[in-house]
Write a protein that binds this ligand. Structure first.
Ligand SMILES: C[S@@+](CC[C@H](N)C(=O)[O-])C[C@H]1O[C@@H](n2cnc3c(N)ncnc32)[C@H](O)[C@@H]1O
Length: 222
């Protein structure tokens, strides 16, 4: 929990007033109740991925087309980006995508079940370069602990950023926090070719930026 419960309850009422509705947009029925992903996706879905800050949705759309038995939950606070993703989903008839317009810094483990995701995908989160804004970054010890609780045993975090200081901070966080390990390189400048290119990744490639890719596996928090 990243904000205190009183503030959270107020934010909750605000968050429910989303101006956009589709059957593919998930909301817990009431405050304090978790979303049942198994009931929210078709019953043939075998596993779930979460994308935090899904932007215009191109990564999840391509992955969902290739992996029809995986359910993709997209968390994105900007409604226009969800609307654009939904237009693409509808055109392709994909049934394995759902959205949450909730701000993941307000609600996260409160609305999602524990040990449910195989993979959490974090592509190009806002870097917040100024020191006074670092508190707004997604990658924080509390958030990594929260993600740990949502991942299945051996589940993965896949992270990418072009902002070197943020990448180095994450490498150092993962060294300190218990519950994650990596295989092979601690980070790589070579992309995982099994993942589609995201909008920001394409932009950063065009700008000639070096991109840091980090992969971590959940292990017990001993
Ligand atoms: C830099 S963009 C990257 C988008 C996409 N992942 C990509 O690689 O093209 C970061 C995205 O995260 C979303 N975002 C940032 N903070 C968020 C938060 N607290 N809750 C939900 N979405 C957030 C932004 O609206 C934005 O779409």
């Amino acid at each position: 929990m990243l904000v205190n419960p009183q503030v959270q309850e107020k934010l909750w009422k605000f968050a429910l007033r989303t101006p956009y509705h589709t059957d593919y947009l998930l909301h817990p029925k009431e405050w304090g109740k978790k979303i049942d992903l198994k009931k929210s996706f078709p019953d043939y879905i075998e596993n779930y991925w979460l994308e935090m800050g899904s932007g215009w949705g191109e990564v999840a759309i391509e992955l969902a087309s290739k992996h029809p038995k995986t359910g993709f939950l997209l968390m994105e606070k900007k409604i226009d980006r969800i609307v654009a993703t939904e237009t693409k989903r509808k055109a392709l008839g994909l049934e394995n995508i759902r959205y949450m317009t909730l701000n993941f810094q307000w609600f996260f483990t409160e609305v999602l079940e524990k040990e449910i995701f195989d993979t959490v995908l974090i592509n190009f989160p806002d870097p917040w370069p100024k020191r006074k804004h670092h508190k707004n970054r997604l990658m924080q010890p509390d958030m990594l602990a929260d993600i740990h609780s949502l991942l299945k045993p051996n589940g993965n975090i896949l992270f990418a950023t072009d902002y070197g200081p943020y990448a180095r901070r994450c490498i150092s966080l993962f060294r300190k926090i218990k519950g994650y390990e990596w295989e092979g390189l601690e980070y790589s400048f070579a992309r995982n070719e099994s993942l589609p290119l995201s909008f920001f990744e394409t932009e950063k490639q065009k700008e000639g930026k070096r991109i840091y890719y980090l992969e971590r596996k959940k292990v017990d928090m001993i």
